[in-house]
Design a protein. Structure first.
Length: 371
């Protein structure tokens, strides 16, 4: 069972929510509160709220009241109803909320929010990752350019020129994208000054991922620039190592792109920790539970889930701390992330049984192991 809470008097929103919970998916239980006060005084288990809607248009509330509402639903996907036509209004809310909708609700968008919240609920979370996520005061907004690009990429007939013209609306992102294309990270033999050629070389899915990463930089200006750049540089180096291993192991081009994107996205959790005042080498961020994913990776998975990324992107991130004996293509992606982090000495120090599994995999030749 899942629980959705609406702090709202908006009849259209409440009608949609009732329709979804009663007709579309009865696993969802709806609770409605007409005021912040009625929500604040109601008995509850905070962890049980999976999706929260707060009406900032229909209710007059202070910043402290908004913060209180979010504090009382720390692990929920939190959505604010506001005026999306004014960026300054949206951004003033989104330090506390993860997403926003306008007064005229679209049922398809609402359905996607329910699905995202369900995936968030089902993510494997340790006590440490729950504590970290509950403490965050700042979340980056899913960039509008990335949202527009993802919509365009849903068209199987989309052309490279159409994608290039969309990206040209943000000269800063284009400039950074061209710098990356012509950098040693990407490994292309010759430089290019053409955005169309750059997109063609990278592939649409890699471009989509790079645009998301580059767009986030404008939201994280409060971070120490040296720390920020170090995290991004490390992520690009790791992504390049993973792709080179995938190429040497002769994985398919789609798998190589998947590996590169997953490796690059793995840094998002570190950026979010920095944004919320944590120090990355703090011993308290180390997970003591056996077999658990790193705390920053758990944060990355949570953020991507809030943004609507599916399990195909999340699963390799959540399983990259171990070698998986499987013939599934997604297992190769996860295993590539795992093996690319190992030094030669760490590889040799693995238990004999695990080395035998690796030696029997597609990565054996690339790592110099004999079956």
């Amino acid at each position: 069972m899942f629980q959705v809470v609406a702090v709202s008097l908006n009849p259209a929103l409440l009608s949609y929510l009732r329709k979804y919970c009663e007709l579309n998916d009865p696993r969802w239980q709806l609770k409605i509160f007409p005021t912040v006060g009625s929500f604040a005084t109601a008995p509850r288990n905070n962890d049980s709220i999976d999706l929260l809607f707060f009406d900032a248009l229909g209710l007059t509330s202070s910043q402290e009241e908004k913060r209180l509402v979010c504090f009382m639903a720390p692990l929920a996907l939190r959505v604010v109803v506001t005026n999306p036509e004014h960026d300054d209004v949206v951004l003033s809310h989104l330090d506390h909320f993860h997403s926003f909708i306008g007064a005229s609700v679209e049922f398809d968008h609402l359905t996607q929010l329910f699905r995202n919240a369900e995936r968030v609920k089902q993510l494997p979370q340790t006590a440490l990752s729950k504590r970290l996520l509950s403490s965050f005061l700042h979340y980056p907004v899913f960039p509008r350019l990335s949202e527009q690009l993802q919509r365009k990429l849903q068209d199987p007939k989309v052309e490279i020129g159409q994608v290039a013209r969309l990206l040209e609306q943000d000269p800063v992102v284009v400039s950074r994208l061209m710098q990356l294309v012509n950098s040693p990270y990407m490994g292309f033999v010759s430089e290019t000054l053409s955005l169309d050629i750059a997109i063609s070389r990278l592939g649409l899915q890699v471009v989509n991922a790079l645009v998301l990463m580059l767009s986030l930089r404008s939201q994280l200006q409060g971070l120490d620039q040296a720390e920020h750049n170090k995290v991004l540089d490390n992520a690009m180096q790791f992504a390049n190592q993973c792709r080179e291993l995938a190429k040497t192991a002769k994985l398919r081009r789609s798998q190589q792109d998947h590996v590169f994107i997953a490796a690059m996205f793995s840094c998002f959790g570190q950026l979010l920790l920095l944004q919320n005042g944590f120090v990355l080498d703090d011993p308290q961020l180390q997970n003591s539970e056996p077999g658990a994913v790193r705390s920053d990776v758990a944060v990355t998975a949570h953020l991507l889930c809030l943004w609507g990324f599916d399990n195909r992107m999340l699963q390799p991130l959540l399983t990259q701390h171990q070698f998986i004996a499987s013939d599934e293509p997604d297992a190769d992606v996860s295993n590539c992330l795992y093996l690319a982090r190992l030094s030669r000495s760490e590889l040799q120090a693995l238990p004999a049984a695990e080395k035998e599994l690796i030696a029997a995999s597609v990565f054996a030749g690339a790592l110099g192991l004999k079956p």
